[in-house]
Design a protein around this ligand. Sequence first.
Ligand SMILES: Nc1ncnc2c1ncn2[C@@H]1O[C@H](COP(=O)(O)OP(=O)(O)O)[C@@H](O)[C@H]1O
Ligand SMILES: [Mg+2]
Length: 335
Amino acid sequence: MQGLEANDAAARYIAERFGLGGRPERMVPVGGGEMGRVYRLDAAGAAWAVKELFRRTDEDRVARQVAFQDAAARCGIRAPANLSTVDGRHLCSLPAELGGATVRLCSWIDGHPVQTADPGLSEWVGSAIGRIHGLSYPADGADHDPWYDACPTPKRWEELIAAGDAGGADWVSAIRSRLGSLLSLADLVTPAEPTAMICWHLDLQPDNVTRERASDEYVLLDWDDSGPEMPDRVLAMALWDWHVHGDEIDIKGIQGTLAAYRRAGGHAELTGIESFTAIVASYLNYVFVQAERTLHAQLSLDRRRRAAAELQSSLANPPDPARLMSVLNVARAQI
Ligand SMILES: Nc1ncnc2c1ncn2[C@@H]1O[C@H](COP(=O)(O)OP(=O)(O)O)[C@@H](O)[C@H]1O
Ligand SMILES: [Mg+2]
């Protein structure tokens, strides 16, 4: 894969395909990671976010995600507007001579990054989840992503360690010494119940929220992972991602989020430790994938180094069962 180059020809092609009118002024990279890269495109007196997608997707899936995002917007969740091409598609593939990337386009939100401690943000998080859960937007047969409820078997961990040994990886002893606790964490993972799933954004974390300068309102970005999940697991994920910082649990933050969730019409309750399945499964999958990446000869040295750093920091901060139980107890005390 060559990837998108932020040059005039690519900017012109994208502007034409999405019918922006006028000559684009510039396209500059602004962010992104392993799943995609985002560019700001200025054209026809307005700004747009071009997202280059690294993960395979298809027009039907994106159309379902856009319909879900539109439904969320109707109940007050602000998000960038999705644009479609002049022939009505959300995905646009650039020709090979322009790098051959697949991109999407949405409106640019001029905003400030958020901090979890910002006043009112805990409540916004609870209210956004509550309003979306209140919709009960049907999963409609969309596949549940196994990232959130399946994790590597003991055999795969052994194979990974053997491959790490063979490749002289420096993480081998760190993973080997933690294997027991990684496998006990895997015991907490239970398969999601297909009939209990509704649509959710699936990546509500601080990087994906911005505070729009003009309106001072929170805007939720990055809907590309949206799909089915069980409501209690969504709630547990949010409490963990927003209110647990290392060993510190922000009890007031959890309470603020839960109270706002109920006020906004949210109906889920954490049933037990299994409500944290998505946290635990995605943690184990993340550790595993980062370790694999460090061994992947076809990846650039830079990406392998980034994977090694991610692996190290993830291993140092597992979702240990005692902290999961503490969050569960705070949540239960509130219900
Ligand atoms: N519509 C947008 N307006 C302004 N900034 C955006 C927009 N979309 C993405 N960004 C910026 O680019 C970053 C990465 O975009 P995101 O869609 O979250 O990609 P990723 O899947 O890589 O996390 C965001 O955290 C945000 O800073
Ligand atoms: Mg993001």
